[in-house]
Write a protein that binds this ligand. Structure first.
Ligand code: MEV
Length: 428
């Protein structure tokens, strides 16, 4: 992997050590330690014709193995194709006590240019072609606190996740909006339902690729389509279905220093956009004569960055981006001269920057879901899970080194993966 991503020996060592305590202390408050997670590599990914190794930080056994197996299957259909919108975030300004909302809305929309100028608080974003792009006004006529007007500023955040840019702009325009509306500004904050900033991934795999000794591929793909239909129609199932998607997505977001809570919040709100919480994916069978294939698609809001925040300040996140081929040249190479500004990095990486990351993440989510549905539609997930789970139980019982595998194997053979039994086996 180090060779693949051209990591230096120092960088490879950083992967093992992650952040030091001084760095941790600078990231958050009241630091008492560091909490490490395993960093694994999702293998076999072919995305838009390019091979990728995917860094994934996750505590759950099977996630990395399952996504790698699904990515291998996807190669039978030429891998994943992806796309994304411009990286446009929404900043919201809440206006209260507006006496004449119709007039206020007219005034605000007529003052679009003035508002955009006032919201232009990040010269570097504007230089890169981003910055404030639009103004929208929504009416909430009937809230528990009475009627209110909500102004949306649309801000192109380029390679940044953009929370700071959106919040700064929202705060900057609030006084002008008060003047224009005659109202009082309340909240000024980004929306995590970043539905203007979406990424999608698609895959089409021949049914024959799912054939094995126990199953006919056509039955498997039908089972996967039926599983998706279940999660489309039923919110109880959709929550679990989407959780499985986030097993993969969160792991990449964590590894790359991105705000996974923001992406989760946006995706769950998006999943309920027609009033019912549904599956984020679509899987269906396509038939052409005797030939059958499974088509899958995942689309969701995806506010991610490759500059700013932990993406650059956390050494492991920087390296994860480098493994993905998204770090700017020299950015992580020691002795490469003075550290460049975020704008310079962004200008250089824009063509394959945050949008590319969002597309890769969507492909990982789709692959993770495929892995879960294939298992659920056939043998169930427990068989694969148990071997890895048994290793964790063995470690929890105190097994070390070679004992771990020995105890785990015996637990699986006996079909009883219990802590007491692991302790007994260890004593023996
Ligand atoms: C477990 O972490 C995730 C699954 O439950 C997802 C699913 O049911 O689709 C296997």
């Amino acid at each position: 992997m180090s060779k693949w991503a051209a990591l230096t020996s120092e960088e490879t060592a950083v992967l093992a050590e992650s952040i030091g305590s001084e760095q941790a202390d600078m990231m958050i408050e009241n630091v008492v330690g560091r909490y490490a997670l395993p960093l694994g590599i999702g293998a076999n990914f072919l995305i838009d014709g390019r091979d990728y190794l995917i860094p994934m930080a996750v505590e759950e056994p099977s996630v990395v193995a399952a996504v790698s197996a699904a990515a291998l299957l996807a190669r039978e259909g030429g891998g994943f194709s992806t796309g994304s919108t411009d990286p446009v975030m929404i900043a919201q300004i809440q206006l209260l006590d507006v006496v004449d909302s119709a007039k206020a809305m007219r005034m605000i929309l007529a003052s679009r240019e003035e508002i955009l100028d006032c919201a232009d608080t990040s010269p570097s974003l504007t230089r890169l072609g981003g910055g404030p792009k639009g103004v929208e006004v929504r009416q909430l006529p009937d809230t528990p606190a009475g009627p209110m007007l909500i102004v949306h500023l649309l801000i192109d955040c380029r390679d940044a996740m953009g929370a700071n840019a959106a919040n700064t702009a929202a705060e900057a325009v609030a006084p002008l909006l008060e003047q224009l509306s005659g109202g009082r500004a309340g909240l000024r904050i980004l929306s995590n339902l970043s539905d203007r900033r979406r990424a999608w991934a698609e895959v089409e795999i021949p049914a024959a690729a799912f054939d094995n000794d126990a199953y006919d591929g056509k039955d498997v793909v039908r089972g996967i389509a039926e599983a998706n239909a279940f999660a489309f129609a039923d919110s109880y199932r959709a929550a679990t279905h989407n959780k499985g998607i986030f097993n993969g997505i969160d792991a990449v977001l964590l590894a790359t220093g991105n705000d996974w809570r923001a992406v989760e919040a946006g995706a769950h709100a998006w999943a309920a956009r027609d009033g019912q919480y549904r599956a984020l994916t679509d899987w269906h069978v396509r038939a052409c004569g005797k030939f059958e294939s499974l088509f899958g698609r995942l689309e969701l809001p995806m506010a991610v960055g490759i500059v700013g925040g932990a993406t650059q300040s956390h050494p492991s996140a920087r390296l994860a981006l480098k493994i993905l081929g998204l770090a700017a040249k020299n950015e992580t190479e020691p002795g490469a001269g003075s550290r460049r500004s975020d704008e310079e990095v962004s200008a250089e990486t824009w063509h394959q920057g945050a949008r590319r990351l969002s597309e890769i993440v969507a492909a990982v989510g789709l692959a993770q879901n495929l892995a879960a549905l294939r298992a659920l539609a056939t043998t169930g997930i427990q068989k694969g899970h148990m071997r890895l789970h048994a290793r964790q139980v063995a470690v929890a019982a105190g097994a070390e080194g070679e004992e771990v595998e020995l105890v785990a194997r015996q637990l699986v053979t006996e079909g009883k993966i219990r802590l007491e039994r692991a302790r007994e086996l260890l004593q023996k």
